[in-house]
Design a protein around this ligand. Sequence first.
Ligand SMILES: [Zn+2]
Length: 365
Amino acid sequence: MLNLQPINPKKKLTKHAVKANNMTVLTIGGYRIFPGETKKIELPVAKLYTDTEVSLPVYIVRGKKAGPTIFVSAAIHGDELNGIEIIRRLIASNKLKVIAGTLIAVPMVNVYGVVNQSRYMPDRRDLNRCFPGSSKGSFAGRLANIFLHEIVKHCDYGIDLHTGAIHRSNLPQIRANMSDDKTTELAIAFGTPVIINADILDGSLRSSAKDNDTKVLVYEAGEALRFDEFSILAGIKGVLNVLRHLGMIRKSRSRKKSVLPVIAYNSGWVRANASGFVSHKFELGDEVEKNQILAEIGSPYGDVIEKVRSKHDGIIVGKQNIPLVQEGEAMYHIAYFNEDTGDIVEQIENEQVDLIASEELGAEL
Ligand SMILES: [Zn+2]
């Protein structure tokens, strides 16, 4: 049975925001947070079977002025640690001075997965396939439901922080629904050089957020169970860029040089057609051409048994790191940008955006 009681029951109010003295009061986990306030909340979720209490840490910063409400969440997959570090440093940053609107930061959504260093929930479900869930549903479904009702429901926008899987690295990238104008605007504001239009999967946080009219960006960078300094820095900068774009924090005085982001409307994995030992020819962020050799797969005797080729022109946005491969395994994730594939790519000019230079990515990754 989930314990949804607030830690201090005297402070319990309704779940949803109420108006008091013409100022909107935000209520999360029974706690009221007023404009101009900063609050840390422990949102109770299902106990461990050891009778140990478990809670989601939630950090809320409200500006004095009215403005949008945005969540920033991490570790919905419990082994994806970069996002936790992004939120930790964001909270400590002197740049996080919210003047308008509300930021709700949730550094660990799948807190059980973080404890177990696992992508999954203890019931072996992927939390990001269990939305919207319900209060009477599965273990994962109940957590999804709490996150949806206590956090997402209040928000106009969200940024969900992810990494690649174990032994797979992602180039810092935004994935979002680019058919929505406001989402596109925020994706560009974030400032990664590559944006990928991504379909919304059933049961994902993004699908439930869409039903709530909450526009969500997914930031993907680095690999699971590792801190990647460049991905962390790009993530902090990206979140601040979005907050700045929404008028929630002050504009930055310094103007770094702008790089135009590439928007890919399609991407795909290149798979191995043989098993063996891998010599990679390219790195994350490299541009590749159709039929270019991305890697060679060799036998234990030193001979090359397979050349792995790109199917289209594009940019490498994901890569497996273990130099061993089985036939059929995914090796490179490529964002396509060649017209002959029928994919559309746009380069968008936006002088206001403080973009992360692609040369930096090449150097750091
Ligand atoms: Zn993930």
